[in-house]
Design a protein around this ligand. Structure first.
Ligand code: SAM
Length: 412
C-alpha cells in the first residue's frame, strides 16, 4: 500500500507539528509518511519531548525543519496545526489537500503557570488532542468544511450531483441508489415520504409528480410558517415542500425554490402550473451562490440537500446573507454520527446519494456559529436509521449517518 505523505505545519515554536509528526509515525507508521516543518527555525521544545516520552513516543531525534526543506515533496495532505500557519498557508505544488486543525499552543497555555507539573499538564492536554486527531486521520477526519477543495474538485462533485438528479427528474423515479433499475427494489415515493414524516393529506394535496420521495425529513412542517412570510427552499427538487409551504404563507406570502439541476427546475415549474400556484416561483441556481437579494427572506428550509454541497460554509454564509434580520432556518439534512470510512467517502454515488458528504453535528454547529447564526439547535433522528438502510441496501451506511433537524436564527 502506498503511504500517504503528510506534512504537519506550524509557525513559531514547532512543538505542535513535532508532536503530530511523532504521533503519526508511532500510530500510523504503516500508512503515513509523516513530516513536520515550521516557517521559522526553532529547537525542539523540551516539554513536548518529555510528555511524548511519557507515552513511549520518542521525538528527541526529530529536528525542526524549515518549510523550504520540504517544499519539493509532493504531499497528499498538508495539515496546519496552528492558526497562524492556517492564515499564512503557503502555496503547495502537487495535489495536496490543505486541512486546518487548530490545536491550542502549549507554551501559551503554560505561560502563566509557575508549577512545573501544571506546565507539563498543558503540554499533555495538547499531546492527547493531537493523538486523538491522528488516530482518526484521514478516514475519521470529517471536517469537510475545513478541507480546502480546489474549485475544480468542487465542480466535479457538483457535476456528479447534477447528473444524478437530472436522471431522477427525467425518469420520474424515487430512489436514491445508483442502481440503473431505479426504484425496482426500493420504497415508492409515498412510502418513502411517509417514513420521513409526511401525512397522506400532504401527499395528495400537491400536484402529481412533485413528491419525488427525496427528502429525509419534513422541514416545512416544523418551520412554523406564518401567513405573509417569504420562504426559500434550498434544493427544491420537484417542488414538494414549496407547494406545502405555499398554503401556509398564503397569497400575501411568497415561496422561492432554488435548484441547480435544470431538469428539476423545469419539472417544478410544470408542477406549479398544473397546481395553479401563484405565490411560488423556481429559480435555477446553486445554493452556494443564491439568486436571491440580501435580507429578502423570513424563513429558509431545505430537505436533504446541504450534505450534497462541496462547500457547506458557503451555503450557510449565503443563507445568512439572504435572511432578513430575525429570520430563521429549519433544515432537514443528513449528519454524520461516526467517522465515515474512506471507501464510502470516496464513492461518488454515495456522495450524490446523500451519505458521503455528510458532516458531523459539531462541524455543522461550528460552521453556523462562524457565519453568525444564533440559537442553534440540532436534533438527530435516531429512528432514521430504519429508512437510511434502504438507500444503499446491504452497505451498512446507516451506521454512519442520521437524519437531523437543524434550526438557527439570524438575530435582529
Ligand atoms: C435529495 S434531492 C432533494 C430534493 C427536495 N428537497 C426534496 O426533498 O424532494 C436534492 C436536490 O438538491 C439539488 N441540489 C444539490 N446540490 C445543489 C446545490 N449545490 N445547489 C442547488 N441545488 C442543489 C439537486 O438538484 C436535487 O434536486
Amino acid at each position: 500500500m502506498k503511504k500517504l505523505k503528510v506534512l504537519f505545519l506550524c509557525t513559531g515554536n514547532s512543538c505542535r507539528s513535532q508532536m503530530a509528526e511523532g504521533w503519526a509515525r508511532y500510530l500510523k507508521g504503516d500508512s503515513i509518511d509523516a513530516y513536520s516543518a515550521g516557517i521559522e527555525k526553532h529547537g525542539l521544545n523540551p516539554y513536548a519531548v518529555k510528555v511524548m516520552a511519557e507515552t513511549g513516543v520518542d521525538i528527541s531525534k526529530q529536528y525542526s525543519k524549515l518549510l523550504d526543506e520540504v517544499r519539493d515533496i509532493d504531499f497528499d495532505y498538508v495539515v496546519t496545526v496552528c492558526g497562524h500557519a492556517h492564515e499564512n498557508c503557503p502555496y503547495f505544488p502537487g495535489r495536496a489537500k490543505v486541512i486546518h486543525v487548530g490545536f491550542d499552543d502549549p507554551p501559551k497555555l503554560a505561560a502563566n503557570v509557575s508549577d512545573e507539573e501544571a506546565k507539563l499538564d498543558c503540554y499533555r492536554h495538547v499531546r492527547d488532542k493531537i493523538a486523538e486527531f491522528i488516530s482518526g486521520f484521514p478516514d475519521g477526519y470529517l471536517g469537510e468544511g475545513n478541507i480546502k477543495m480546489s474549485e475544480i474538485e468542487k465542480d466535479k462533485v457538483r457535476q456528479e450531483v447534477r447528473k444524478r438528479y437530472a436522471e431522477i427528474a427525467e425518469s420520474e423515479c424515487c430512489c436514491r441508489t445508483a442502481s440503473s433499475s431505479c426504484c425496482a427494489d426500493t420504497l415508492g415515493n409515498a412510502e418513502a415520504s411517509a417514513e420521513v414524516g409526511y401525512s397522506k393529506e400532504d401527499m395528495i394535496s400537491v400536484p402529481e409528480g412533485s413528491n419525488m420521495g427525496l427528502g429525509c425529513g419534513n422541514p416545512q412542517a416544523i418551520a412554523a410558517l406564518k401567513e405573509g412570510e417569504v420562504m426559500l427552499d434550498l434544493g427544491s427538487g420537484g417542488g414538494f415542500d414549496c407547494f406545502l409551504a405555499a398554503r401556509q404563507v398564503g397569497k400575501n406570502g411568497r415561496v422561492i425554490g432554488v435548484d441547480m439541476t435544470p431538469d428539476m427546475i423545469s419539472k417544478a415549474r410544470a408542477n406549479a402550473q398544473k397546481g395553479g400556484y401563484e405565490n411560488v416561483e423556481f429559480r435555477l441556481g446553486e445554493i452556494e451562490y443564491l439568486p436571491v437579494a440580501d435580507s429578502a427572506v423570513d424563513v429558509i428550509i431545505s430537505n436533504c440537500v446541504i450534505n450534497l454541497s462541496p462547500d457547506k460554509k458557503q451555503v450557510f454564509s449565503e443563507a445568512f446573507r439572504v435572511l432578513k434580520p430575525g429570520g430563521r432556518i429549519t433544515i432537514s439534512d443528513v449528519a454524520a454520527v461516526k467517522p465515515i470510512p474512506k471507501e464510502v467517502r470516496d464513492d461518488l454515488s454515495k456522495y450524490s446519494g446523500c451519505v458521503a458528504g455528510a458532516i458531523q453535528v459539531s462541524e455543522i454547529r461550528k460552521t453556523l456559529e462562524g457565519e453568525g447564526f444564533k440559537n442553534i439547535k440540532i436534533a438527530i433522528n435516531e429512528d432514521s436509521k430504519r429508512f437510511i438502510k434502504d438507500w444503499f441496501p446491504g452497505s451498512g451506511v446507516e451506521e454512519y449517518v442520521r437524519s437531523s433537524i437543524i434550526e438557527a436564527e439570524k438575530g435582529e
